[in-house]
Design a protein around this ligand. Structure first.
Ligand code: SAM
Length: 728
């Protein structure tokens, strides 16, 4: 486990200080406040080079961006996230962000963190009902009010065994932290001395742009290349200081855009972004917040596991892992199933508990869309882009393996991982399919809830996949939103607006760009007036933009939620929740006539009047009855076979007994009965043996009982797909 990850508590990293100072004293203070930077090695300026794209959903990576050292955020009045409602227990008092404090801040806080562990293990109640969340109500009326999905009742009497385990856990962590602290202190001292020697810039007006010349395009250029990385960093913070107090601090004759251009160039050099990506991400924030964001992307997010409540309870899992030397604690009061891992002497992807499906490695932010979806028992849920299944398996766990989850992903390779997770975690209510989700609802529709965790650029997970810094360009932010818009319309059209318990759609991405988030949601609101945005039920997270760089979005966009690594120490994420309030429009006009100002977007399939394969209770009932009869018949055949076999064995026994009286009879009688037994066994086998699987467009997993009538349209729509599947 990477150092920064291991030591990083699930909480907001320290943001940028408003008085950015370059004096050695201030630098010293800054360094003392940031443990993450202390052990870091000096980094070299980087240039934007293209690297091979990695999957944004891959498991945790320990690689650091271009060998970058985790840089030091400068202090600013700490912005706290809104406190989750209904948090009253003392042991969680330092978690007013909902994610806990930063373990790295100082030793005291480390000890606070340890006390949390103690309280958690001694007093938590992690019964099978952990996932019951009565406070989440998906009614229209309540949708407009914030709901308290983070309240959790974990208070119960301590038990001695848990305390002992906790003590062992604390001791191990303390020792390790002490040793690391000493080493970091030593390194910090050395780095401070070096920086003090190099830092010699005035406290007040700083000459950042200096005698900047012009390049051949007429852009202002730095006169000198940064002499070294410390000064480059200093210049970044100084430029931010000027931009945040421009009237007082800017140099005569220099414009804001000159400073901004210089800053973006420095960001590219220091963090290794392409100019396009640096600018795109910079635009989302104020200069100081952008700095915090870029800094946070240099640091791994905390390692989190999600308890599989289908198989165990969180406390049991925690104890089992502590017994293996793992140091951990609950991820925060907002989740009943997450555990943050600080140290693990064993590979977490290979413990007996992992192999038995008691947990899954899952980023904390990835819990959020499922919590917003709030699937209910016995519902029919579609997970449109499901692989590798972190969210699917969470959905099934919340539904307690009831109802039916359609887990779809067009990537066959990724679907393997999905199926693996489904089996490992004991999920039995899921059917895996392999469609391009733009084929829904023609494949099947009429769902109570749909989750669209859309394919995206991954700008929220740069810490995991630094290739995003350089491998995206302008066309990606046209192509991806186009796909996302189509998928979202299909998600909406796949929901049954008359669902008694649901009628909800959750759209999420692990990207922070507006094009992939508010832009997509706004488009869907325009194209589908039969949906409205509702509260996500997530009581933390920044509100979605209602305007951005001259574009205005629906006021209700405030109900959507943005998550940033620098704010909550989670992957960047976006979550929007819709309620479907009426049927989707009938087939869109096919004449291609476009209204003035209408975007040149192809619409996703609309909800044709029951042309798609919606759920049909009656047809389902019939099919289920047939299946049950078949199963009963199979059982009967087995029973008959067993009866036959037993009869043969009894006869054999009788023969043997008889043979003790007449030994010469054995040789004849035994083969005869054995033959009989074999024959009856074979008969049983033949009857119970599985018939060759029929050609299917779905890969059935588990024991989910769901079916859909195959309509003419469905047949033709999926013909090509079927052929593909058959080949496979
Ligand atoms: C962000 S990942 C999903 C992660 C998944 N929800 C989880 O929690 O494990 C996006 C997924 O979208 C899938 N995808 C890409 N294009 C798609 C399409 N046209 N229809 C459906 N899924 C698509 C990708 O294969 C990828 O697995």
């Amino acid at each position: 486990m990477g150092k920064s990850r291991a030591r990083s508590h699930q909480g907001p990293p320290e943001p940028l200080q408003s008085e950015i100072s370059t004096s050695s004293a201030a630098l010293k203070k800054r360094k003392a406040a940031d443990n993450d930077a202390r052990g870091a090695k000096k980094r070299k300026p980087t240039t934007a080079t293209s690297t091979k794209s990695k999957s944004v959903e891959k498991k945790t990576s320990t690689s650091k961006a271009n060998g970058a050292k985790p840089a030091k955020p400068v202090k600013k009045p700490v912005k706290k996230a809104p406190a989750p409602v209904e948090e009253s227990e003392d042991e969680w008092a330092d978690e007013d962000t909902g994610f806990g404090s930063d373990l790295d801040d100082d030793q005291d806080e480390e000890m606070d963190g340890l006390e949390l562990k103690d309280d958690f293990l001694a007093g938590s109640d992690m019964s099978d009902d952990d996932d019951d969340d009565d406070s989440v109500v998906d009614s229209d009326e309540e949708a407009s009010k914030p709901r308290h999905i983070f309240s959790e009742d974990e208070g119960e009497d301590s038990d001695a065994a848990a305390e002992m385990l906790t003590a062992a856990n604390i001791e191990g962590l303390s020792r390790k932290l002490d040793m690391e602290q000493a080493r970091l202190d030593e390194e910090a001292e050395a780095e401070l001395k070096e920086s003090a020697m190099q830092t010699n810039i005035a406290e007040e007006k700083v000459m950042i742009l200096g005698d900047a010349g012009q390049d051949e395009d007429g852009d202002t250029t730095m006169q000198h290349a940064p002499p070294d990385i410390t000064l480059l960093r200093t210049r970044i913070t100084d430029t931010i200081r000027v931009l945040e107090n421009f009237s007082e601090l800017h140099e005569e004759g220099r414009s804001r855009s000159e400073y901004t251009a210089a800053l973006i160039r420095d960001i590219c050099s220091y963090y290794g972004y392409s100019p396009f990506m640096a600018e795109k991400l910079y635009q989302l924030f104020s200069p100081s917040e952008a700095f915090s964001f870029f800094e946070a992307n240099e640091k791994q997010r905390p390692l989190v596991i999600r308890t599989n409540t289908l198989k165990t309870a969180r406390r049991e899992l925690a104890q089992a892992l502590i017994n293996r030397g793992v140091t951990l604690e609950p991820v925060g009061k907002w989740s009943k199933v997450g555990l943050q891992v600080f140290e693990a002497p064993v590979p977490l992807g290979a413990t007996p508990e992992y192999l038995a499906g008691h947990y899954i490695l899952q980023a904390a932010s990835s819990f959020l869309p499922v919590m917003a979806l709030a699937p209910q028992e016995h519902e029919r849920v579609l997970d449109m882009a499901a692989a590798p299944g972190g969210k699917t398996t969470y959905i099934s766990a919340l539904m307690k393996n009831t109802g039916c989850v359609f887990a779809n992903d067009p990537s066959r390779d990724r679907a393997r991982g999905l199926i693996g997770n489904i089996h490992r975690m004991g999920v039995k209510n899921t059917i895996v399919s392999n469609y391009d989700a733009r084929e829904f609802p023609k494949v099947i529709g009429g769902f109570d809830r749909v989750l669209l965790d859309a394919p995206c650029s991954g700008t929220g997970v740069i810490a995991k996949d630094p290739s995003v810094k350089t491998n995206k360009d302008a066309k990606d932010f046209i192509i991806l939103p186009e796909l996302q818009k189509k998928l979202l319309l299909c998600a909406i059209d796949s929901v049954d607006h008359t669902s008694k318990t649901g009628g909800y759609i959750v759209y999420s991405t692990c990207s922070v760009t507006v094009e992939e988030n508010e832009g997509v949601v706004e488009y869907a609101l325009k194209k589908r007036p039969n949906v409205k945005l509702v509260d996500t039920g997530l009581t933390f997270g920044k509100e979605g933009f209602t305007s951005f760089r001259g574009k205005t979005f629906a006021e209700k966009m405030k109900l959507t939620r943005r998550y940033y690594p620098h704010m909550y120490n989670v992957d960047g994420f976006y979550v929007a929740k819709f309620k479907k309030i009426g049927p989707s429009p009938k087939a869109a006009k096919k004449d291609g006539a476009k209204k003035e100002g209408e975007e040149d977007q192809e619409e996703g399939p609309v909800e044709p009047e029951i042309e798609f394969g919606g759920f049909d209770e009656e047809a389902d009932k019939e099919i289920m009855e047939k299946a049950e009869k078949k199963a009963a018949k199979k059982k009967g055949a087995n029973l008959n076979a067993k009866k036959e076999e037993k009869k043969s064995v009894d006869e054999e026994k009788a023969d043997v007994e008889a043979s003790s009286e007449a030994p010469e009879a054995v040789t004849e009688a035994a083969p005869a009965t054995a033959k009989k037994a074999k024959k009856s066994r074979e008969a049983g086998k033949t009857e119970t043996a599985e018939k060759p699987a029929k050609k299917k467009t779905v890969i059935a997993v588990g024991e989910a009982k769901a079916s859909a009538p195959v309509t003419k349209e469905k047949k033709s729509a999926s013909k090509g797909k079927k052929a593909q599947m058959e080949k496979r």
